[in-house]
Ligand binder design. Structure first.
Ligand code: ASP
Length: 310
């Protein structure tokens, strides 16, 4: 029996300032529109999450694709993962510097490689061999981010943090993007894409592109995408942790909230999460002041920055 499709996206969890709210809402709504076009015409959840994430990678407001945070050396380094809940096939790229849409390369890996994960130059080579064009790293860098890095590095030099954790305060932007979808055949999928954290060390990989950390999908449990301070999320393998709670019979809404409690209580981490099961139930939660999110079902479409449940 065909299922009614569902699509949920996020565009990062942090203290999004008032003057940036509209830009974020615009971005997540566009992402919904792109993914929904796929789902309503009977397309696969995997294609829907890819299209939604591409739209947000192309939108400079988010920390993904062009307009991402710069690393310590002033370069953009991108990570992305996409996963298919029907087959558990996955494709991930890490630390790529010359791809406008890392999620497209991740999708090629999922579909056309026997491997799951490529990093750096090897990932870019794989992408070229499978039809992607390389850009220059400078093409991904925008003036806003050059200024943000300069200001941050100046502040850090004036008053160095004792443990470096100020880098991850919720007021510092976490604009990673992600999507989870359920298609008419009852399959779910997830994708996450990021430029990582501001002034990260070159070669630092975050949670976003690691299976079970920033992204996970299994028809038997849930499709999950996370955002936030990547190191604690990784240590808790948070996306898989959450999917396991859903597999144990809990509602995605409850599991999303519990994941944020766990992140906060266990490691003082912060972030946001979207969770969807193959029955179309979903949850949206964050322990930051705001998170950009949007969802669409057959009956309803909504977007916001301050809601923690569907
Ligand atoms: N989780 C991402 C990372 O640590 C950052 C983010 O979500 O904004 O790379």
């Amino acid at each position: 029996m065909p299922t009614d499709p569902v699509l949920v996206v996020h565009g990062g969890a942090w203290a999004i300032p008032d003057d940036m709210v509209d830009g974020h809402l615009h971005g997540v709504r566009n992402a919904i529109a792109a993914g929904w076009r796929v789902l309503e015409s009977g397309g696969a959840a995997l294609d829907a999450v890819e299209e939604s994430v591409v739209i947000m990678e192309d939108d400079e407001i988010f920390d993904a694709g062009r307009g991402s945070f710069l690393n310590r050396d002033g370069k953009v380094q991108l990570d992305a993962l996409i996963m298919d809940g029907a087959t558990l096939r996955a494709g991930g790229v890490g630390c790529v510097e010359r791809l406008r849409n890392p999620v497209r390369a991740a999708r090629k890996i999922l579909s056309e490689s026997s491997h799951v994960y490529f990093v750096g130059a090897g990932a870019e080579q794989f992408a070229v061999e499978h039809g992607s064009e390389l850009c220059r790293n400078e093409d991904l860098v925008i003036a806003r981010e050059v200024e943000r890095l300069r200001e941050y590095q100046q502040k850090a030099a004036e008053s160095p943090a004792k443990d470096g954790n100020d880098l991850f305060a919720p007021t510092i932007s976490h604009d990673t993007v992600g999507a989870v979808a359920l298609d008419r055949t009852g399959n779910i999928a997830a994708a996450t894409s990021t430029g990582g954290t501001l002034s990260k060390a070159p070669g630092r990989l975050g949670d976003s592109s690691l299976i079970g950390c920033g992204c996970y999908a299994d028809n038997l449990s849930a499709a999950v995408s996370t955002t936030g301070w990547g190191e604690p999320i990784m240590k808790l393998v948070l996306a898989k942790w959450t999917a396991d709670r859903v597999a144990a019979g809990n509602l995605p809404e409850w599991a999303a909230q519990e994941a944020m409690n766990y992140l906060q209580q266990r490691l003082h981490g912060h972030g946001g999460i979207i969770v969807l099961n193959a029955q179309g139930q979903f949850g949206i939660s964050h322990n930051t002041p705001r998170m950009a999110w949007a969802f669409k079902t057959i009956k309803k479409e909504e977007a916001g920055v301050e809601r923690s449940a569907p």
